[in-house]
Write a protein that binds this ligand. Structure first.
Ligand code: AP5
Length: 297
């Protein structure tokens, strides 16, 4: 399996996004500012000559250092042609890394289910295999990204952005991924995957009649098919994908991680796991280095 290694440049990019260690320009022992116990030590031994007024600035610095050391939650984007396996991999990524999965397609289908005007309009575009207009989809995704669970656990953005204008909407908000996973699957396989895909409306699990058949008869009897999962519609969706994908790739090239999606879902996930784990490992190293730098200053 050939997974591009260009994500390593992404590591340096995310490093530049990390909060910098605040500069501590006083002559205080910075180690003393780091924890309560060491602060007490500082108070008793190193600060004997300082007046009691030293405490507020020292506390402020301690807060700054802790803020610098606080780990930022992981931000992952996954892209690929229709039925390339984004949803399938998101389930595995979510289970392993605990990120909040945000699927633009799922948000749109939920809107359609409410019967709202936006939902009706979205469905017209989805039936034609076209992108739903930005005025509907951009706000929807932005609102979801602002929810507290996302801030707390990090995000896994699936099927968004799909155009330059959507990518720019995120850029303008300063929202960038640590890694942009691109699933590469040959067109013949995509059509087969779409036509055989089924969904369990009870658990939300994605099946494939050939590649991931339902576990038992009870599940098999309740499986549904998406309204846009026909051979005719997937060809339109593919056309839309190829018209837009290059402009999105151009924005995220430095954090791009290409994965061969033609193989089994377990093999695909093994590659993705390696990519995400590398990012986490690098972030941990950078955090430790930042902490050490903060302590040494
Ligand atoms: P969306 O729902 O996102 O559809 P999509 O991008 O076409 O992708 P799919 O959900 O079809 O496939 P997937 O890649 O998740 O594959 P899956 O894991 O299910 O979007 C639908 C529509 O909404 C768009 O056409 C557009 O109109 C609109 N829309 C969405 N986002 C938008 C946006 N940002 N802006 C504007 N409009 C937007 O797998 C597929 C099948 O293959 C399954 O049966 C699975 O079991 C099987 N499978 C998966 N991996 C493997 C494997 N490795 N080997 C064998 N089988 C596998």
């Amino acid at each position: 399996m050939a997974a591009s290694l260009s994500y390593f440049s992404g590591v340096s990019l995310s490093a530049t996004e990390k909060p910098s260690i605040p500069s501590l320009s006083t002559s205080h022992n910075r180690r003393a500012c780091f924890s309560n116990s060491s602060r007490n030590k500082y108070k008793h031994h190193d600060c004997a000559s300082l007046s009691s007024r030293w405490k507020p600035p020292c506390t402020a610095r301690a807060i700054k250092i802790v803020a610098a050391a606080k780990k930022e939650p992981l931000k992952v984007m996954i892209a690929g042609a229709p039925a390339s396996g984004k949803g399938t991999q998101c389930e595995l990524i979510k289970n392993k890394f605990g990120l909040v999965h945000i699927s633009a397609g799922d948000l749109l289908r939920a809107e359609i289910a409410t019967g709202s005007e936006n939902g009706k309009k979205a469905k017209e575009f989805m039936e034609k295999g076209m992108l739903v207009p930005d005025e509907i989809v951009v706000m929807m995704v932005k609102d979801r990204l602002m929810k507290p669970d996302v801030e707390q656990n990090g995000w896994l953005l699936d099927g968004y952005p799909r155009s330059l204008s959507q990518a720019m909407a995120l850029e303008n908000l300063g929202i960038r991924p640590d890694i942009f996973i691109l699933l590469e699957v040959s067109d013949e396989l995509l059509v087969e995957r779409v036509v055989g895909r089924r969904l369990d409306p009870v658990t939300g699990k994605i099946y494939h009649l050939k590649y991931s058949p339902p576990e038992n008869e009870e599940i098999a009897s309740r499986l549904t098919q998406r309204f846009d999962d026909t051979e005719e519609k997937v060809k339109l969706r593919l056309k839309t994908h190829y018209q837009n994908v290059e402009s999105v790739i151009a924005i995220y090239e430095s954090v791009m991680f290409k994965v061969n999606g033609d193989v089994s879902k377990e093999e695909v996930f093994a590659e993705i796991d390696k990519g995400i784990s590398s990012i986490l490992e690098n972030n941990r190293t950078l955090d430790s280095a930042s902490m050490a730098a903060g302590v040494a200053q």
